[in-house]
Design a protein around this ligand. Structure first.
Ligand SMILES: Cc1ncc(C[n+]2csc(CCOP(=O)(O)OP(=O)(O)O)c2C)c(N)n1
Ligand code: SF4
Ligand SMILES: [Mg+2]
Length: 278
């Protein structure tokens, strides 16, 4: 290492097993409110991916619409990214993973994106055991559209405006377990240690991971939950279930790399199909 005479050599940056520094896992500067829980979750994702030595270019970040769904722009700039339509991330993620199983899918969604407009797509994703880490950044409100209650808001929780929620919440973890997700957990954006460990475990899991992360919206919500009232941690794990890729016997190679001779049926096959339809 080159040093100026009289100066002490500066320490080389710490790197992971790929020789990458934590800087290689960072993204753009956040535009979310100061103190938003979602920012803390992005930080934990950066740390966990760095420590696990995940190649950023192997990751596909997928999201819907919402403050939470904007966050993939704030971590892992070197990864692939697809910001989809409100509540429609699961179908985009399914297509991406089926087309290229070498990708590690990381879905980031909100409670509105998942449990309100997106509930139909969410339930079908959870029952397929598609390999994906699906994070719900759960604040009980539609933060991006200025704080309407979502379907996960606690009964009796209040907005800063004083409006009280009178509907019972959907428990996304309970739903995911009942539908067949194979790694289900709940954490809190402010619990650095727990969330960090759960993300690292999630990265190692093969199958659908659902992490519901309580993530306060400091701008619109008066928090009804407090950390001590919530049961957090990994709630369910099943490492034996076949993944959707196994069930469909999906080839190891990305579909886009397969030659026409493999993906296009020959004339005889087409003639046989036509014959069967006659
Ligand atoms: C089809 C459609 N309907 C409604 C909207 C308006 N909209 C944008 S974000 C959002 C809710 C986001 O809430 P959530 O997923 O909880 O994310 P947060 O902002 O709280 O992180 C809504 C209703 C939209 N963009 N598209
Ligand atoms: S409005 Fe709420 S959810 Fe959106 S960035 Fe601000 S604090 Fe976060
Ligand atoms: Mg929300």
């Amino acid at each position: 290492m080159a040093t100026t005479p009289g100066s002490t050599p500066s320490a080389a940056p710490k790197t992971n097993r790929l020789g990458l520094a934590v800087l290689d896992y960072r993204g753009g500067k956040t535009t979310l409110c100061a103190g938003c829980g979602h920012n803390a979750i992005s930080e934990r994702i950066i740390d966990a991916m760095y420590e696990m030595g995940v190649q950023p270019e192997r990751v596909a970040k997928l999201s819907g619409i919402g403050c939470s769904s904007k966050t993939p722009a704030y971590f892992m700039a070197r990864a692939h990214s697809f910001n989809s339509v409100h509540g429609r991330m699961p179908s985009v993620a399914t297509g991406a993973v089926l087309a290229n199983r070498t990708l590690m899918a990381l879905g980031v969604s909100g409670d509105g994106d998942t449990a309100s407009i997106g509930i139909g797509q969410f339930v079908h994703l959870m029952r397929r055991n598609l390999p994906i880490i699906y994070i719900i950044e759960d604040n009980g409100v539609y933060g991006l559209t200025k704080g309407q209650f979502s379907a996960t808001a606690d009964l009796g929780s209040t907005l800063k405006t004083g409006t009280v929620n009178e509907l019972p919440p959907i428990d996304t973890c309970e739903l995911a377990i009942s539908l067949g997700a194979t790694f289900v957990g709940r954490s809190f954006s402010g619990d650095k240690r727990q969330l960090h460990s759960m993300l690292k475990a999630a990265i190692s899991h093969e199958g659908t991971v659902l992490l519901d992360v309580i993530s306060p919206c400091v701008t619109f919500m008066n928090e009804a939950k407090e950390r001590d009232e919530m049961l957090t941690g990994v709630l369910y794990v099943n490492t034996k279930a076949p993944t959707f890729l196994d069930m469909l016997n999906i080839t190891d190679d990305p579909l886009a790399t397969l030659p026409a001779s493999v993906v296009r049926p020959g004339r005889e096959v087409l003639e046989q199909v036509m014959e069967e339809l006659r």
